[in-house]
Design a protein around this ligand. Structure first.
Ligand code: PHE
Length: 458
């Protein structure tokens, strides 16, 4: 059977070294550019506080149920997203959700590598002391001219993809686990320092107010749709990444603690990124709704207001690059595992061919800030934004919806919840509540948001 080809060839499935390795890798996947780069600009474009509250509700009521279903499904079947559905429900169309997820990871990694390239370039520039006493106006001009021409950003993007592929090539323990263990905690500490600096700038409270005070008059259906996409993106759910990571988890380990940690850390990092950015944006008299470049323009200007700012800037962009890499490897791992499980592709071949393909797909995303800036894709958006929109706001929630429907109705909540516990603990706390949310609340809310979105765009 093609499905079992990797095992048939005598290669046992790789496993995490333990729960700790798994939790770190999952946090590494969740915490990335999504929390630090995407959350602030999407919040800025959607009016601030009310968006943040809706985002938190989406994490709790929809993100966590999908996260739970994905990890348990992966662990139970030890398979990639498509194979996992095929094992649980052979000869039914449920596996299509797996394909939607895989398509989402390929698309996300394509435009993610554009931004990953920016972070690498900024790390390099910060190390060369380029941000010494930069003002926000200068930072804006500088970023504009950097992304405004094609060659340099493309080279950095290629380097980012090459690094991602190299880590995946080395496999789970040597590549993915080691990268996560030291660098994620360091990023947390640095972000904390940055928040302290930002909220103590003159006039910073206006930014804190923007982020935390909900102004409901700004909320539209689009806000809710964006918040749902953001919640899924920042938790790494709906893409099958957590099915894939769960498939490397031994049946002994317990899943609930992993879920709590992933949800907590990715949310905290998003909020911290917001607190690092918006007070500075307002204090420096800048615009919150600048879109994708926001972080790259405001943060260099914040660092310029700090003692030893050049050093902090270099450290920050370095750690941001690492956070981006630990998410990028989880994105690449999804199609890799699919090709490995279903077609027996060895790691080397998969990494080269799939990674190479994704790099090619990412080129138009980078060029949409220069050569292809006039080309419009979906909903009249530039290519980069169209890819983000399609993957984050359509594909992730769509496959998330199918996953919870599958878990709650086809597979069954009681089977899912009893598989969630390992041999070492008592299982999921608040079982009844999660069962109810999984079966009723999460799918109903997701379906309503979807239907309204479709009706309103007709
Ligand atoms: N969660 C990652 C981030 O915030 C992105 C991601 C999305 C990774 C989906 C895997 C799957 O950067």
């Amino acid at each position: 059977m093609a499905q079992d080809s990797a095992e048939n060839q005598g290669q046992p499935r790789e496993q995490w070294s333990g729960t700790f390795g798994f939790i770190l890798a999952s946090i590494g996947s969740a915490v990335g550019l999504g929390s630090i780069w995407r959350f602030p600009f999407v919040t800025g474009e959607n009016g601030g506080g009310a968006f943040v509250l809706i985002y938190l509700a989406c994490i709790l009521l929809m993100g966590i149920p999908v996260l739970l279903s994905e990890i348990v499904l992966g662990r139970s079947t030890q398979r990639n997203p498509v194979g996992a559905f095929r094992r649980k429900a052979p000869d039914t169309p449920w596996f299509l959700a797996g394909f939607i997820g895989i398509t989402a990871t390929v698309l996300i990694l394509a435009f993610y590598s554009t931004v990953g390239g920016w972070t690498l370039a900024y790390t390099w520039d910060a190390l060369s002391g380029e941000f010494g006493s930069i003002t926000v106006g200068q930072a804006e001009a500088r970023f504009g001219s950097f992304i405004g021409e094609p060659e340099t950003p493309l080279l950095w993007q290629a380097l980012f993809m090459a690094l991602t592929m190299a880590i995946c090539y080395f496999g789970l323990e040597k590549g993915i686990e080691r990268t996560n263990k030291f660098l994620m905690p360091m990023l947390g500490v640095l972000l904390f320092v940055l928040v302290l600096r930002s909220v103590t700038l003159p006039g910073a409270m206006e930014g804190v107010h923007f982020l935390l005070y909900p102004d409901w008059s700004d909320v539209s259906l689009t806000t809710i749709f964006e918040a749902l996409g953001m919640a899924f993106f920042s938790l790494s759910v709906g893409a099958g990444a957590m099915i894939t990571y769960g498939s490397f988890l031994s049946k002994k380990e317990s899943v609930p603690s992993a879920i709590g940690n992933v949800a907590l850390f990715s949310t905290l990092v998003s909020l911290a990124a917001g607190l690092a950015i918006f007070p500075a944006v307002f204090s420096l008299g800048y615009e919150p709704s600048t879109g994708p470049p926001l972080v790259f323009i405001t943060l260099p200007a914040v660092f310029a207001h700090m003692p030893a700012g050049a050093l902090f800037a270099a450290l920050f962009f370095l750690l941001l690059t690492v956070a981006a890499l630990t998410s990028a490897i989880s994105l690449l791992e999804v199609p890799l595992r699919y090709a490995g499980d279903e077609f027996g592709w060895p790691r080397g071949k998969g990494t080269l061919l799939i990674g190479g393909f994704i790099f090619l797909l990412g080129i138009p995303a980078t060029l949409s800030f220069n050569l292809l800036s006039d080309v419009k894709g979906l909903a009249g958006l530039p290519i980069f934004d169209s890819m983000d929109f399609l993957a984050s706001n359509v594909l992730l929630p769509l496959s998330g919806l199918v996953i919870v429907l599958f878990a709650g109705w086809k597979w069954g909540v009681s089977r899912l919840l009893s598989e969630a516990k390992g041999t070492s603990d008592n299982g999921m706390p608040f079982k009844f509540m999660w069962g109810f949310i999984l079966r009723w609340i999460a799918p109903a809310l997701m379906a309503i948001v979807f239907i309204f979105q479709i009706v309103s765009s007709l």
